[in-house]
Write a protein that binds this ligand. Structure first.
Ligand SMILES: [Zn+2]
Length: 394
């Protein structure tokens, strides 16, 4: 699902030329709609006649439609728009606490959504997912496929969930089970990879134009999604991005999912932050991470301190990643993004203090702009991005 580089989208020379050009034109319309044929031609350096041919094809397939633009004196220009309802996707975000399911159109707009508490019994959770999907299928048309993200390791070849640490689920053939139960094609990936894909396809413009970035997903654990040259870097058996288990120090407040107290996750995850807070406020042992953030905004000093220490460790880890991979940007995602105004200063100063040499440009760090549902948008992107990355030859 490599995203075409729109900035260098001159003309491909291989047999795939038509296919790639179609992808370029469709993505231009998606990102810049409403847009005229002339503008597409001007910006992509594709010939007018080529653009017209592709536009006709995309219209015939119902993916785009024409509208009349504002007249500036003469004949009003004809502009092109994406027909967002032409195909729909189902996204399933299986989280450690909640599972969120949604239907979205081609533009990533959610039109239906439901949530339930994830059952530690994998069969019970699966049954809820299947009945949710079946309900969506009854209520919505043009559903092309299902994208599922899980908080664990996924084999990209078989789309089997190899290991979900929180529930100790192992070797769950999720894609084939769900596809069999629903009759739809199913794509499965790790939640951090999926979230990174969502940022690339549906994120704000300053991220969409970035070819190399790292998404750090802070949740109960900590995972990263690496986008390398416009696609998710999977590594062997899909196990890339497990930076949550790089060694960062000793004596973390909690153990990581694998039992170590030296991993990044053990210092910077939600569990680590909550554990730090509880050391000072044992009376609030039951609060959630979001409640801790609320307390920090309400000037609870212990909550602020716990978050700032997490920000420091996030900064340390991110500085290690940027030294090794030199990305154009880093995105922080998960509920922690809500605390951005509180933590960004500490995070940035830790990064500045840990560069190889002063003067080296620092990769900007952003909070995710996909809101509270970064992972759900990730699950949806597993279907939507495929649609844009491969406008299937006619
Ligand atoms: Zn670990």
């Amino acid at each position: 699902m490599r995203r075409i580089n729109l900035k260098k989208a001159n003309v491909a020379r291989a047999d795939t030329i038509r296919y790639i050009n179609r992808q370029i034109v469709l993505n231009f319309i998606r990102e810049k709609e409403p847009i005229s044929r002339a503008e597409i031609s001007h910006e992509t350096a594709l010939q007018r006649s080529t653009v017209s041919l592709i536009v006709d094809e995309l219209r015939t397939r119902g993916l785009i439609y024409e509208i009349e633009g504002e007249s500036t004196g003469g004949r009003p220009p004809t502009l092109l728009r994406l027909r967002a309802g032409a195909s729909m996707a189902i996204g399933v975000d299986i989280g450690t606490a909640q599972t969120t399911m949604a239907v979205a159109d081609l533009a990533g707009r959610v039109v239906d959504k439901e949530k339930f508490e994830t059952d530690p019994d994998v069969r019970a959770t699966f049954r809820r997912v299947v009945s949710g999907v079946q309900k969506f299928i009854r209520m919505h048309q043009n559903i092309e496929g299902i994208g599922v993200c899980v908080p664990g390791l996924v084999d990209p070849e078989t789309a089997t969930a190899l290991f979900i640490p929180h529930f100790k689920w192992r070797n769950w053939p999720l894609a084939s089970d769900l596809s069999q139960a629903t009759g739809l094609s199913v794509t499965v990936d790790n939640d951090a990879n999926a979230a990174a894909l969502a940022e690339m396809w549906l994120g704000r413009p300053e991220i969409r134009d970035v070819r190399d970035f790292i998404l750090v997903l802070v949740e109960e654990g900590l995972g990263t999604g690496i986008i390398f040259d416009g696609q998710v870097y999977q590594g062997v058996a899909g196990a890339a991005g497990e930076f949550g288990h790089m060694t960062i120090g000793k004596g973390a407040p909690v153990a990581c999912a694998a039992g170590s107290e030296e991993c990044w996750e053990a210092f910077a995850s939600e569990r680590a932050t909550l554990a730090r807070y509880r050391q000072h406020r044992p009376e609030f042992s039951e609060i959630t991470f979001l409640q801790l953030i609320d307390k920090a905004f309400a000037q609870d000093e212990a909550a602020k301190e716990a978050l700032l220490e997490t920000a420091y460790y996030l900064g340390l880890g991110i500085s290690n990643l940027t030294k090794g991979l030199s990305p154009e940007a880093v995105i922080l995602a998960g509920d922690i993004a809500r605390s951005w105004p509180l933590i960004s200063g500490e995070l940035r100063s830790t990064l500045a203090a840990n560069t190889i040499c002063s003067g080296l440009p620092l990769a900007p760090v952003f909070a995710s702009t996909l809101g509270d549902d970064t992972r759900l948008m990730g699950a949806l992107s597993l279907v939507l991005a495929r649609k844009f990355a491969s406008v299937v030859p006619a």
